[in-house]
Design a protein around this ligand. Structure first.
Ligand code: HPA
Length: 278
């Protein structure tokens, strides 16, 4: 059985995957970074980078979605040892929540105690214009799937507290760094949905009434696993489009990728600035 925190995507599998990565790099990362759609450019600013394709990581399927290279990049960023994931596993690809969260177990097994997670998201309020970078203040798990279902994994908290999943100190640091860099950060609540269809107008109206600032199709399983392992988490959304019904034109994946390309340099600079101060 694949579902749940069982053996296939559990702690022992993560240790095996981490061993395979360790055989290729001397870096013991303090920070794990998950790069969202089109944000893989951060990989190019990692110094002394070792790249490990996902096909060489036991337990990882190869990434399939356009815009996702599918590799781990270990090295230093702003002087700090990091490991970045270029390409993630989405539930809309048919993956279980446990697999979507599995890479976080691997980053943790390699030594990362902090997770920086980025994503592309639609703005559910009109002020969140495309190109805005939004810090996640909180999330709502609108996928109704949980990567921790199943037998308790070694090292996990059975019932992780989720009252402050996005670390308040890290958020304050992100705001300080953004200010130093002359940019501003929005802050809001991310609603994670399964996808892969974008939301309808009626869904966006409902989600906005329920408190959504941004909507996306990733991040939530990864953050839940990170919290079960006691990692500190910082989340960043690149608002790539206004959610359905808030703009005249329909949403396209091309638009999403174009906006992330436009914002990439700013986001990279920000993440590097944050990591250098951790
Ligand atoms: N909805 C869901 N996911 C997304 C969107 C959106 O509008 N834009 C980018 N990812």
């Amino acid at each position: 059985m694949k579902e749940g925190g069982g053996k296939e995507f559990g702690a022992a599998a993560a240790r095996s995957a981490a061993d395979a990565v360790r055989a290729r790099t001397d870096v013991t990362p303090r920070v794990g970074i998950i790069l969202g759609s089109g944000l893989g450019g951060i990989a190019s600013v990692i110094d002394r980078a070792t790249r490990v394709p996902y096909r060489d990581v036991p337990g990882f399927p190869s990434a399939t979605v356009v815009g996702h290279a599918g590799e781990l990049i270990a090295g230093t960023l702003g002087g700090a040892p990091v490991i970045a994931m270029s390409g993630r596993f989405h539930m809309y690809e048919g993956h279980d929540a446990a697999l979507a969260g599995f890479p976080v177990r691997v980053l943790h097994a390699l030594g990362a105690t902090t997770l920086i997670v980025s994503n592309a998201a639609g703005g559910a309020r009109p002020t969140l214009e495309p190109g805005t970078v939004m810090l996640l203040k909180d999330h709502v798990n609108f996928t109704f799937r949980n990567p921790l279902i199943g037998a308790l994994e070694e090292g996990d908290v059975r019932f992780p507290d989720m009252s402050d999943p996005y670390d308040a100190e890290l958020r304050a640091l992100a705001h300080r760094v953004a200010k130093e860099q002359g940019t501003t950060l929005a802050e809001g609540v991310y609603f994670g949905l399964l996808g892969p269809s974008y939301e309808t107008r009626a869904e966006v109206q409902m989600l906005a009434r329920l408190g959504a600032d941004a909507v996306g199709m990733s991040t939530v399983p990864e953050v839940i696993v990170a919290r079960a392992l006691g990692m500190r988490v910082l989340g960043l959304s690149c608002i790539t489009n206004l959610a359905c019904g808030l703009a005249a034109a329909p949403i396209t994946h091309v638009e999403v990728l174009e906006t992330t390309a436009r914002v990439a340099a700013r986001l990279q600079h920000l993440v590097r600035g944050i990591v250098s101060k951790l």
